[in-house]
Design a protein around this ligand. Structure first.
Ligand SMILES: Cc1cc2nc3c(=O)[nH]c(=O)nc-3n(C[C@H](O)[C@H](O)[C@H](O)COP(=O)(O)O)c2cc1C
Length: 316
């Protein structure tokens, strides 16, 4: 049986007009004893049955940048009726590749063009300054990076075009949305004023009618670390008029509170969903969670640490 705390109830009966949509949904859910995370949500044409989203998770198992059959199993293990999954980061071009064996969003011609290129080109960047070796987000491996090639001003339209082509492919699927990590400091590229940047982006995105805006909490400074700084996305959530998804260090209680307090519409789970293919079910039953294994986050095995995390039926 699910327990709803008084904090959620206080939101259910809030007079705030901005809560109207959730107010009705949550009120109904409250009557039925549902967790806020497990209440339905309408994201434009998508009728979601719950708010537990799979966060984008690079798994580096798309050999040669081509999604493999094992990805079908991995993603289908994490589907639920009316659930919403975000795919792993997908490269828009060869020079956009940051990691080995990440998938691309390509045309047939691109796939064919890649085949004869065994070593590929250097990644491009705003600088040719190489990155120092870094501990990967599994906290174990030391990642080494190919030094980038500095982009020339004349080449900028080509990069814009890469994104245009990829966005067009995505528009065809009517799934254009944005994920922003204004507080992240990946690859030594932290912003000097992340709050202002995030707010500016959230406001600006209102013009574009995107499906959702997804932001990562500052507490998730780099994957693997957890720094608490709750409520930090609230100004961005308020500024953006469409569906808002938060991610970064949430557990079930954090997620329920964030939805109930209208700090987000949906919550994306990364590491917990990676290790628990049936995460929404486990939340529903308040069941124990499988522990994730960092060592296999980015290993190329098509099964180990990928599709072999047990479901509830097999753990109990
Ligand atoms: C193995 C792994 C791969 C990730 N890959 C991506 C990625 O491809 N794109 C991205 O934007 N974030 C990526 N992230 C960040 C997650 O989407 C998420 O924001 C992060 O794990 C924090 O959420 P969590 O605390 O629920 O795990 C990755 C995180 C992990 C652990």
């Amino acid at each position: 049986m699910v327990h709803i705390t008084s904090r959620w109830v206080s939101v259910l009966f809030s007079k705030d007009k901005s809560l109207n949509q959730d107010h009705a949904v949550l009120q109904m859910a409250f009557k039925e004893g549902q967790l806020p995370l497990l209440t339905p949500y309408k994201m434009r044409q998508f009728e979601l049955s719950h708010r537990v989203v799979l966060a984008p998770l690079t798994r580096q198992r798309s050999y040669g940048n081509i999604p493999q059959p094992h990805a079908i199993l991995y993603y289908s293990q994490r589907t639920t009726k009316g659930g919403f999954l975000i795919s792993e980061a997908t490269c828009v071009s060869e020079t956009a590749r940051g990691y080995l064996d990440t998938p691309g969003i390509w045309t047939k011609e691109q796939v064919e063009a890649w085949k004869p290129i065994p070593n590929g080109q250097a990644p491009i960047s705003s600088t040719d300054k190489g990155l120092s070796n870094q501990v990967q987000s599994n906290d174990i491996d030391v990642a080494q990076f190919t030094p980038p090639r500095k982009l020339t001003t004349q080449e900028i339209p080509l990069v814009v075009d890469d994104f245009r082509v990829a966005a067009r492919n995505a528009i065809e699927a009517d799934r254009v949305a944005l994920r922003l990590s204004p507080f992240a400091n990946y690859m030594e590229s932290g912003d000097s004023n992340p709050k202002a940047l995030g707010l500016y982006m959230a406001e600006s995105l209102n013009k574009y009618k995107i499906l959702y805006c997804h932001m990562v909490e500052p507490r998730m400074k780099t994957a693997g670390e957890k720094f608490y700084s709750p409520h930090s996305l609230v100004p961005m959530r308020k500024a953006f008029k469409g569906t808002f998804i938060s991610a970064g260090g949430y557990d079930m209680e954090d997620g329920n509170n964030a939805v109930a307090e209208n700090r987000t519409d949906l919550v994306a789970y990364g590491r917990l969903f990676l290790a628990n293919p049936d995460l929404p079910k486990r939340f529903e039953l308040n069941a124990p969670l499988n522990k994730y294994n960092r060592e296999t986050f980015y290993t190329p095995d098509p099964v180990l640490g990928y599709t072999d995390y047990p479901f509830l039926e097999t753990t109990s």
